[in-house]
Design a protein around this ligand. Sequence first.
Ligand code: PMP
Length: 395
Amino acid sequence: MAIHLARRMARVEPNAIGELLALGADPSIISFGGGYPDPTLFPAEALGQVMAEVIAAPGGQSMQYAPSDGLPELREQVAALMRADGTPCNAADVLILQGSQQGLDFAARMLVDPGDVIVTEDPTFLGGRIAFDPCEPVYAPVPMDDDGMRMDVLEHVLKTRPKVRMIYTIPEFQNPTGVTLSLERRHRLLELANAHDVVVLEDTPYRQIRFTGETLPTLKSLDTEGRVIHLGSFSKVLVPGLRVGWAVAAPALRAKMALLKLANDTQTSTLNMAATSLFLKKHDLDAHVATLRAAYARKKAVMLDAMRRHFPQDVAVTDPEGGLFTWATFRDGFDATAFMRDVALPEARVAYVPGGSFHPVTERANTARFNYSAQSEARIEEGIAALGAALKRHA
Ligand code: PMP
């Protein structure tokens, strides 16, 4: 049978990296590949209690359908979290999503026709591209340095490329590099977006997980024209399995996204929204986040210290101020994909994500993303030592 697939499906393809990472799921392999939070830090008992409580509530409301926008009390709580973080926000501005991933999909569907341009950081979050690809965009990747996306290159892109519809950025502790967009560049990015009338998609799943340095204002808080769509998530500060995230956007954009939400999945799980809401009411989220920050800061320090001791001198790694990842750049000519397949997995029994797949256009080979949140401190030391020894053996 020859099934005719829609044209957009041509870009909906499995990723070679997925196959390689599947090998890393073997428990005898120390994987720095995933982006998972540490499950030993999940507030399981508290979540179990709030889940039971919302189910037992009279009227069965938590098991009923709910508005597409999300449960009103949760929208109010999210708005309060946004305000406490310095971003003006009312419950009416909030759309509850099934994870922030859903917001990436909605933003592209709302704004991007085939052939339109999406500006991304280079490298960028692979899940962003996976969400955008069915809209058949052309990517304009903008290189980064230690202060995030380079504004001189962004300016050039906006001046020379027609049909730029969206600038996608992860301003804090970016996935995959761990880099944070500086304050000066936040202002400049909005200046440029305003001048060229482009929407900014601000993706902030790691924002709360800051170890050092000052919290910088969200792009949304600096937005004077209602052109920033802000995405937030409970995945990293609570648990990813709840699949609860949110978008904050100007009324016209938010309303369109709510209609996509209705078409897509009617609403986020009422049970999960109700449990999240009750958790926020009964427990101290800030105290929990403080615990996460301390634990991930320690793990990052263990990983970077191990890399300094075990990796060859010519490997450069970023030192993130928060989040879950560091980014390694190996010597010119090094092929991180081949090394993982031929040496890291079979010999050192260690997995990472080769960096090539994070580059939207040119697949650069000599980079890799390392996650430090998922493994214990002892396994981080053990895995980095094994990988370092293998790198030196095969130098
Ligand atoms: N954006 C970025 C940059 C991410 O790293 C992730 C998850 N790894 C997401 C969005 C999606 O997160 P969620 O859907 O769980 O909120």
